[in-house]
Every structure is written in C-alpha cells, then in structure tokens.
Write a protein that binds this ligand. Sequence first.
Ligand code: FE2
Length: 452
Amino acid sequence: MGQIVVLEPHKDLSDLISINLNTYTGSEVIPRTLPAEVISILSILPDIELVVCREKIDGENIINQIAKYIKTHQLETQIIVLGEVPGFASEICVGIKNPHDIEKIVDAACKILGVNPDQVNRKIRPDFIPIPIDYFFNLETTCCDVYIKIKKSADENQFVKRIHNGDTFSRQAIKRYLEQGLKFFYIQKEYQDNFTNFLSDKLVAKLEDAIENEGINEQIEIISESFDIAIKEILNLGFTPATIQLTDGIISSMIKTIENTPEMSNLLHKVINSKSSYLYQHSHMVSIVASECLNYLGIKKKEQHEIMAYAAFFCDTSFVELPELAKITSYEQLENSKLNEQDWDLVFNHALEASVFITKNPSAPEGTDIVIKHHHGASNGKGFSVTNSADIPGLAKIFIVACEFVKEHLRYKETGAEPSPIISDLYSRYPDPEMVKAIKALENTLKKRKKK
Ligand SMILES: [Fe+2]
C-alpha cells in the first residue's frame, strides 16, 4: 500500500482530502499540520510517494521548503500543490488552484500513483504494487511479469515490463538495477498472493539447502536476507500461510545454526560482523544467548529453545520501519529521545503489542507471548521496569538477560564505546534470586567461553 502525506492546517478540509485519497487510491494517508512534520516524515520514510499541501500557510511559503528537501535528497516523492507550482520544482509538482476541488486532487493522485482513473468511482487499490528490489536477490526467476515505474510526465507514471514470467536472471543483474538507484520493481496486484507464496517457497528451499550444504557465513547471509523480507511482509500482510512458512523456516534455520555451532562466541562473532540489519542481528544473537543460558541451566527441552527463538524473532517487530527505536531500552532513554507522540507510544507499548500479535501465529509455541510481553521487565508489557522482577516468569527472566547482554554488545560494536559492566549492572537491577540464577547462567556461559 502506498503512502501519502497531507499537510493541511484546517482539520475539516484535511479530513475530507484524506478520506477521499484513502478511498479512491487505496493508499495510507498521513495527515499533518506543520511543514516541519512533513520534512521529518520524509527523512524517515523516504519512499512516501506523494505529498499534498498548500502553496502557502499563514503567508509562509511552504511548497518551496518541501520541494527543496525532495530535490536535495533526490527522493521520488511527487507533490500536489494546492496553489501555484514554483518554477524550479515543476517536474515534481502538479498544481491545483482550488484546495476544495477534491475531485481534481483525487484524479491527480490517481495518475501519479498509477491507479486506473476509469475506476475512480469504485473503492480500488493501485493496479501495480511495489516490491522492494532486494526481494529478488534470492530468486533466479519469477512467477509473474515484473515492471519498473517510469515517470511519463509530472503527473503521470507508466509501468514498463522488465522481466517476463519465467525469465531467468542473476543476482548481479538485480544488483545493477539497485546501483542505478531503482528501489522497487512492480507486479500486477492480482499476482501479489502468488508472488508472496513463490518467494516464500524459494527462500525456505534456499535456507534448507544452506543449512545442509553451505558454510556458516553463507547461512547467515540467507537467514538475514530472509529475516528482513519476512518482517516487512508480516507488517504488510500479517500472518498468512506464506509468511508463517517463511518465519518457521528462518527460526528453524537459526536454531540449527545454534545446534551446529559448538562455540557460542564464534557464532555471535559471525552474526555481529555480517553485513545485515540491526533487527536481524539482535534477533539471532538473543536466540543464541538465551539458548546457551538454557543449556547451562540444564533446560534441554526443544520447545523451550523454540520459545526463545520465536520471542527473539518477534519481540521488536514493531520497529520494522524505524529500527533505531529498537535501541531504546530504558525509560530514561525514551524520555530523552525527543520522539513525537506516535513514536513514543510505539516504543512504550511495543512489548504488549508484539505479545498480542504473536498469538495470531499458530506456529508460535505456547508461552511465547508471555516471554515477549515481559522482555523489557514490565509485567504489563508497557514501558521499561527495573522492579518486581520476582513477578517475571522463569523463561522471560532468561530472555531479559539475553536481550540486555545483546543490546549492550551491539551498542559496543556500533559506537566503539567502552563496554559497560553489564553483568554487575544486571545483578543490581534484578536482585530477586531466580533472576540472579539467570544472570549467573549468562555470567558462567561467558566465563566458559573466555577459558577456552
Ligand atoms: Fe524490545
């Protein structure tokens, strides 16, 4: 689903424009009232396809600021200007003089987004849907025709077929598109389910093959690429047979890397030094450390290890689009972060929301939601707590310890800062005897590795 930002200070008009754009283009509409908020959204979501805003608000020229930002940052975002189009930005702007002419605004948006204008009177979604180009890295062929979007004029896009159904292509060929600045391929909407199933089948087959036949670095590469695709697809589509199959394949592969690697530090080292995303590294490393602590405590049941892996995969999936927010692990950091209200709430509630979300996945072992809900110490899943650790269920205690250790390890690697005394910090933060056992398990696991 595409995204449109509407900058309009008058709430009634903003609502009217937003609801019509959402209804007739199928896009998610983000309403805002201040120009700075639009720039801020574009800085974190550079793939926003369209901004709708007035030329001026309270005598201040708004359009110049936004158009300048888009041009300077070479974004593909286009603008519908409610007023006069500035000359320097005519290639990215379409002007509509009357801000109350909703029909013209919708019509212009449909053209820019590639929605068929003949269907404007029905609730429709774009005929073509974007697929991030990196989804094709692990494919050699596709199950449908693949297009690229070309700007025909300031107010119209055209979709040109680049890969035919059944054609074969190399990873290098896809990389060349990426190097040329292409971010998305497009497929026809009716093939979305087919494509998602096809992609999931191929990735799961590749994961299984890598675990059987490839070295650990190649295994980490395919697991990390599949992880990044899976969390985006889960965000887009929720739990479907394809996303569940892919998630199960990734988690099973993560567990196998742990089972097949006798030395925990070696595997952590490989993961943290791989070219992969923060969320993937955090997830795989937490799974590794939690499993090692379970082993140290003599907990060998496969299901307990699976709970840790599923919890590690899903605990921070709220941050798919804003992975930096996953680095916030205390209330002080959250208060000092200067986040807007929406992002603040996202961080504050993410453990609770993820714990509810995971219950919709029938593959997740029972008890995963409990571990996720407690993963920042708060028993209601809201915020960050350093008290009442006696109330935290046993597996969640081990998981918290693993999360804290991994976060610190990743911070140290990223910033090159002094490593903090994480073990003594944990002892002082979580004094309850059961929690102390979990921390001791981690401490001894680390000592064991130093002795070798
Ligand atoms: Fe978290």
